[in-house]
Design a protein around this ligand. Structure first.
Ligand SMILES: [Zn+2]
Length: 58
């Protein structure tokens, strides 16, 4: 038996992504460009050349 209930919760919806390099604004309805985007994030680990805990900027 599965017991469920219905909740109404706010949902965050992506409107656009702006490239940090060239500044182009791409919306999800522009599927060709949107599908080609690459997003990377992270931070330097212990002893990293960019520093311990330093944010990785791409
Ligand atoms: Zn760009």
């Amino acid at each position: 038996m599965v017991i469920t209930h219905i909740e109404n919760q706010p949902v965050e919806v992506l409107d656009a992504v702006v490239c940090d390099v060239c500044g182009i604004r791409i919306t999800p309805d522009n599927y060709t460009e949107y599908a080609e985007m690459v997003r990377a994030s992270g931070m330097g680990g212990f002893g990293s050349v960019i520093g311990d805990g330093a944010p990785m900027v791409t």
